[in-house]
Design a protein around this ligand. Structure first.
Ligand code: KIV
Length: 258
């Protein structure tokens, strides 16, 4: 059965929320059996395109990947990241979010930021566009990628922003790289669920970038646990294929047309 945003909110304090990123149909169709939310994250800019930052990702790229992901999802909620410079004011955000929703048939959009985008989120919600917030480390605007919540001002801002986002009507908030006690406090102070990435077990749910979880990305990050080493499996398969091609063992009769 197709999951609903209301089901997600009901999970708070009862059941943990499972979420992963997907950028294509085949991956999405595997994740769909296990996830509550599948996010088409603008992390695809660095993961797939090797961009220096997610700021280079365009609306068109997000829409094309989301169309592919849509084909793989039957049950999970699908959320699409609004890329940098597509929500600079409420009018621009509503226009672009409507386009994303219409073309990709996703269940909601995700925007990075707090106080600065309060009016924008209110406008989206008013236009019946479900919104997921994103606080803590903000890859679209942060200059350095350090965890958040060490300094008092940072902690106060994240607490304030989480309450503001809830007031503006978001259905959930991603907390990225947030210090444990702050993530716990934010989660306890909200009625909507928090989804953590590098933000401790106290969040209502967790999200990871799929390529990190399966070990396709060779990088190691503190907040990631690699549940597979898919690079090894791919390497073995390709090595076997290359040996068989060179020894004229592949294709054999079974793989040929007579
Ligand atoms: O772009 C992305 O994949 C994200 C997740 C890391 C939450 O925003």
């Amino acid at each position: 059965m197709k999951k609903k945003i209301s089901d997600l909110i009901k999970k708070k304090n009862k059941q943990k929320i499972v979420s992963l990123t997907a950028y294509s149909k085949n991956v999405a169709s595997i994740l769909d059996n296990h996830c509550d939310i599948i996010l088409v994250g603008d992390s695809l800019g660095s993961v797939l395109y090797n961009y220096k930052s997610t700021r280079e990702v365009t609306l068109n790229t997000m829409i094309e990947h989301s169309k592919s992901v849509r084909m793989g999802i039957k049950k999970s909620l699908m959320v699409v990241d609004m890329p940098h410079n597509t929500y600079r004011n409420p009018k621009e955000a509503v226009k672009n979010a409507k386009q994303i929703m219409k073309i990709t048939k996703c269940d909601g959009v995700k925007l990075e930021g707090g106080k600065k985008i309060y009016e924008t989120i209110k406008a989206l919600v008013k236009n019946k566009i479900p919104v997921m917030g994103h606080l803590g480390l903000l890859p679209q605007s942060d200059k350095t990628f350090k965890f958040k919540g060490k300094k008092k001002l940072e902690r106060n801002n994240i607490m304030r922003d989480s309450k503001l986002l809830e007031k503006a009507g978001v259905f959930s908030i991603v907390l990225e790289c947030v210090e444990t006690s702050l993530a716990k406090l934010v989660t306890q102070n909200l009625k909507i669920p928090t989804i953590g990435i590098g933000a401790s077990k106290y969040c209502d749910g967790q999200i990871l970038v799929f390529d990190d979880l399966i070990g396709l990305n060779p990088m190691n990050y503190k907040f990631v646990k690699k549940y597979a080493n898919i690079r090894n499996d791919i390497s073995k398969a390709v090595s076997n294929y290359s040996k068989e091609v060179r020894k004229i063992k592949f294709p054999n009769k079974k793989n040929s047309f007579n």
